[in-house]
Design a protein around this ligand. Structure first.
Ligand code: HAM
Length: 446
């Protein structure tokens, strides 16, 4: 039986057209990261699975990770996310380097998921993380960077929004006012994470089932109905002001309030929104958490997600070094850019000049000119083998280079060529030896 030509389920082949798109996306991400002084890093494709068992959460470990035993009987996983790797790397060097550490990477990751719109099994995920930033300034910078990346593609607040919450705040509401034990807290976290995917009645029924107390359910339902920082403050005032819990509650909310007012001060208010249903599925987050959401009605899903983690280095026996970062998948990002018509056309390769020759007497000169043009950073495609003009024209119609040059014995003898600008249809008569002039004309038309 013949072997299938299709790639493994949930993975993709990247033909040149898709590679052009991917390179475009990655180069924008890298460009903006460098503008924020983030440095590139990378890690291995395989990690020992315990690295993820420590803090990544049940869903990732039980349902999504690709794992196997290696020949030495070690349990190994293909990386399903980058955060544990970056934490492991930072744990090795953080004592010797000055902080904050600002790092970015664009790794390919694998998760065993049901392939669907925006979600595949192999995907590339931009990661940016900052470690050891003073107070909550890392939160501010990371969200500014996330907005910067989205803007570099021409997106604005009509296209996307950043939904923000704080685990410290949610933990406090759960442990303080609602007074839930750790088990119930875990269940409610999971439930909130699924809130937007289930009908309201079902959600309420599940809340009641978990708390088994109408008063607790009522406070919880009140919490999930909060839709702005103003409402959060009112909730705070109504519920706790004057009580002995006021101080703790206020502390749990402070980093989130600071973040909103700082982002507001930077003119980014229209990009951000408090959302009580954002709690994130990974266990290591401890404070601010956020997701970038597509506003397009066809694509209401997360393009990126991240948050702050205070204790991730503790799994390596290191002293705490707080970090915050996010991951952005190229799959949902591409869907986003496509729906909002923000992508250039990548269907054609961009070649500056197609150079063909009619007979073997012009072959050597063609290769020589091509090389000189390339030395001047001109992208040259040589039409290999002597060919009739008709054949070269037909290839040129398909590839659509910016310029066309055809050499034959006449050009070699006279020393004069005709360089055709295919955009303007102008024909430039130039000396065969004057490659500088050709370079100038070609660059001038870009
Ligand atoms: P995450 O929410 O699991 O977070 O993933 C972040 C983003 O990766 C998602 O919003 C989505 O864009 C993309 N993504 C996730 N799964 C898939 C998939 N199956 N197919 C395509 N894209 C996907 C994390 O991974 C955290 N480690 C991010 C982070 C970095 N937190 C702090 N620093």
């Amino acid at each position: 039986m013949a072997i299938s030509k299709s790639p493994y389920r949930g993975t993709r082949d990247f033909f040149p057209e898709q590679m052009r798109l991917r390179n475009f996306i990655f180069s924008k991400m890298a460009e903006v990261s460098e503008l924020f002084a983030y440095e590139p890093y990378d890690g291995p494709l395989l990690e020992e699975i315990d690295l993820y068992r420590a803090k990544s959460g049940d869903e990732l470990i039980n349902e999504q990770v690709y794992s196997f035993k290696d020949r030495g009987d070690r349990e190994v996983a293909i990386r399903p996310e980058m955060t544990p790797t970056v934490a492991r790397m930072v744990a090795q060097i953080h004592r010797e380097v000055s902080k904050p550490l600002r790092w970015y990477a664009i790794p390919n990751l694998m998760r065993y998921e049901k392939p669907q719109k925006g979600r595949l099994r192999e995907f590339w995920q931009y990661n940016a993380d900052i470690f050891g930033a003073p107070e909550s300034l890392g939160d501010l910078e990371i969200i500014q960077l996330a907005i910067g990346i989205m803007k570099s593609f021409g997106a604005n607040n009509e296209h996307f929004e950043i939904l923000i919450n704080s685990r410290r705040f949610v933990d406090y509401v759960f442990a303080g006012p609602i007074n839930l034990d750790a088990e119930m807290t875990k269940k409610l976290y999971k439930l909130i994470d699924k809130k937007n995917k289930m009908p309201a009645e079902k959600f309420s029924a599940e809340v009641n089932l978990i708390t088994n107390d109408p008063n607790k359910s009522a406070i919880f339902e009140r919490y999930v109905s909060l839709s702005s920082m103003n409402e959060v403050e009112t909730f705070f005032k109504e519920t706790y002001q004057g009580s002995n819990q006021e101080d703790d509650f206020s502390k749990s909310l402070q980093p989130l309030m600071n973040l909103f007012s700082q982002l507001d001060g930077l003119g980014l208010k229209d990009y951000i929104k408090f959302d009580p249903s954002i709690v994130r599925g990974l266990d290591y987050y401890t404070d601010v958490v956020f997701e970038i959401f597509d506003k397009h009605p066809d694509n209401r899903r997360a393009i990126a997600g991240g948050g702050a983690y205070a204790n991730l280095l503790a799994i390596f026996g290191e002293t705490p070094l707080p970090g915050i970062g996010f991951g952005m998948g190229e799959v949902p990002l591409t869907d986003f850019l496509t729906s909002h018509k923000l992508l250039p056309d990548f269907s054609k390769q961009t070649v500056d000049i197609l150079l063909g020759y009619l007979d073997t007497t012009a072959e050597k000169a063609s290769f020589e000119i091509a090389q000189k043009l390339r030395n001047g950073s001109i992208k040259v495609e040589v039409f290999l083998g002597e060919a009739k003009p008709k054949k070269i024209f037909s290839h040129s119609d398909k590839k659509q280079p910016n310029f066309l040059l055809i050499l034959g014995s006449n050009e070699i003898e006279s020393g004069e060529i005709q360089l055709k600008d295919l955009k303007t249809k102008a024909v430039h008569k130039i000396q065969l030896s004057d490659v500088d002039k050709m370079i100038e004309l070609i660059k001038g038309s870009r």
